[in-house]
Design a protein around this ligand. Structure first.
Ligand SMILES: *[C@@H]1O[C@H](CO)[C@@H](O)[C@H](O)[C@H]1NC(C)=O
Ligand SMILES: *[C@@H]1O[C@H](CO)[C@@H](O)[C@H](O)[C@H]1NC(C)=O
Ligand SMILES: *[C@@H]1O[C@H](CO)[C@@H](O)[C@H](O)[C@H]1NC(C)=O
Length: 454
């Protein structure tokens, strides 16, 4: 097996870990991060937390409203599709199940942290540039009055059992390379989603994207070296002067004006996320998946629509975290192509010699882990760049072991300060990596969040 950089196509809190095979330190760090979510103590003062929580919830509520406002606004959408896919209002934020992991872990008390913890925090801050100002950035450890997960039931998903219903049949994809040992099984089904469903989802994504792209995204990098490499690619003098000194305080993001100048110069895919219960379509989809693949709705995370423009793909990666012992990891993936791509955009499993050509409505489902919950490295796959046309997909990841926060919408971090609709672009691993536009923010760009996991 060749050594490669991997990272997951998206960041769900418990599996933010990006395994860098060539860099065990990074790997350890990220692994610790994954585990840290469940085990880390608080590092931040509780005094500010209430304020931040209120502000955070306010931003979140605003974002939620605008999100659904955007999703619901699709004048050209056939009404039945609109009703099916976009019809519901967001859950009332007050009733929402908020997660109790990672940065949202409930505090035992509101007292200040012991000195050693404070020191740790300060030393991590010391690494930052002097230019970034006087106010220490605060990464909130939000205090939740009450965090409840009604009806949560621990579930293990260690098998994929496809089932044909009516004239819709699954085809097992033949593995073409000689691999001694693979647990990966890949199936496809044509017309898993109807044409109207595909179009409705794409339309919802496009409208949503427009709603979020008024001011352009804020661009964040996994580290300074990565940023340097991306900027080097842009042959303009002003980009040479940008360094981590220019990161927005506490983050690995450039400010809105610099990000805007890079807009159009860096390329990326766009992703819209929605969560179980936020749309009738989420229920339609997860029920269909459960009936036809045996994948349990409770083990599913968020739903993600991703569109790739010409020239953009997604690097070779595994959906699970290589070598990770945490079984709250992606056991299986379902991906549905929402359109036909004129050229390129295949899903390629390089270790298995498998290449799947996008086709509107076609589903691709595969396993990433063995039945004991180990990540199978033969599941390496990539989205080859679109050569001509555009490629849109809907994806959902199903986890081996579910956890209460799975599939729940997270409150957004308060940094960088931004409007509720400002999207985020995450760029990582220049040589084999990519930049990706997201409609929602997670915590990966926060320096202190990362430092906390060290
Ligand atoms: C920050 O500034 C102080 C004084 O100007 C200097 O001594 C220190 O080395 C600087 N730290 C960094 C990380 O640049
Ligand atoms: C498969 O097994 C054979 C015989 O044990 C070995 O020579 C070969 O290197 C293995 N291939 C891989 C891809 O591990
Ligand atoms: C954004 O960052 C650039 C580069 O550091 C800086 O020149 C500019 O003043 C910043 N703009 C704002 C609005 O902070």
């Amino acid at each position: 097996m060749k050594r490669r950089n991997t990272s997951k196509p998206d960041e769900t809190k418990v599996t933010t870990g990006k395994t860098n095979v060539a860099n065990s330190k990074s790997k350890q760090r990220k692994e610790k991060k994954a585990h840290g979510l469940a085990t880390k103590n608080q590092l931040y003062s509780g005094v500010r937390n209430k304020i931040i929580l209120i502000v955070g919830l306010y931003i979140l509520a605003g974002a939620g409203f605008l999100y659904w406002h955007g999703m619901g606004k699709s004048p050209e959408l056939p009404p039945e599709v609109e009703e099916e896919i976009l019809g519901s209002l967001p859950q009332d934020m007050k009733d929402m199940d908020l997660p109790n992991v990672g940065p949202f872990r409930k505090k035992a008390s509101n007292t200040l942290l012991p000195d050693n913890k404070v020191k740790q925090t300060e030393s991590s801050k010391g690494k930052k540039s002097n230019k970034t100002g006087n106010h220490a950035p605060v990464v909130p450890e939000t205090t939740l009055e009450e965090t409840k997960f009604p009806n949560f039931e621990q579930k293990i998903q260690n098998e994929l059992k496809v089932k044909n219903i009516g004239d819709k049949t699954w085809t097992e994809v033949k593995i073409r390379k000689n691999v001694n040992n693979t647990n990966v099984r890949i199936y496809t089904m044509d017309d898993f989603l109807s044409s109207r469903e595909c179009e409705g989802l794409m339309k919802a994504h496009d409208n949503h994207m427009k709603q979020h792209d008024d001011q352009g995204p804020i661009i964040c990098f996994s580290d300074e070296t990565t940023m340097g490499k991306y900027l080097e690619q842009i042959k303009e003098k002003w980009t040479k002067r940008i360094s981590s000194q220019d990161w927005t305080q506490g983050t690995r993001c450039l400010n809105a004006s610099v990000s805007a100048q890079l807009n159009g110069k860096l390329r990326w895919s766009h992703s819209t996320s929605f969560y179980p219960g936020e749309s009738p379509f989420s229920t339609t989809f997860e029920t269909r998946v459960a009936e036809q693949t045996g994948l349990n709705a409770n083990n599913g995370g968020k739903f993600q629509i991703t569109c790739y423009p010409e020239g953009v793909g997604y690097k070779l990666h595994t959906d699970c975290t290589e070598g990770n012992t945490d079984k709250r990891d992606r056991f299986a993936t379902i991906l549905v192509y929402l359109n036909d791509v004129i050229e390129g955009g295949q899903t390629q499993f390089t270790e298995l010699g498998v290449s799947i050509t996008p086709k509107k409505g076609k589903a691709l489902v595969w396993t990433n882990m063995d039945s004991e919950g180990h990540c199978d490295v033969t599941s390496y796959h990539q989205a080859s760049p679109v050569i001509k046309g555009r490629k849109c997909i809907l994806q959902r990841w199903y986890y081996y072991e579910n956890f209460p926060a799975l599939g729940k919408r997270y409150p957004s971090p308060p940094l960088p300060v931004r409007s509720p609709t400002t999207p985020r672009v995450a760029c990582d691993e220049f040589t084999s990596g990519s930049c990706r536009w997201y409609d929602e923010w997670n915590y990966d760009h926060l320096i202190d969040y990362d430092a906390r996991s060290l």
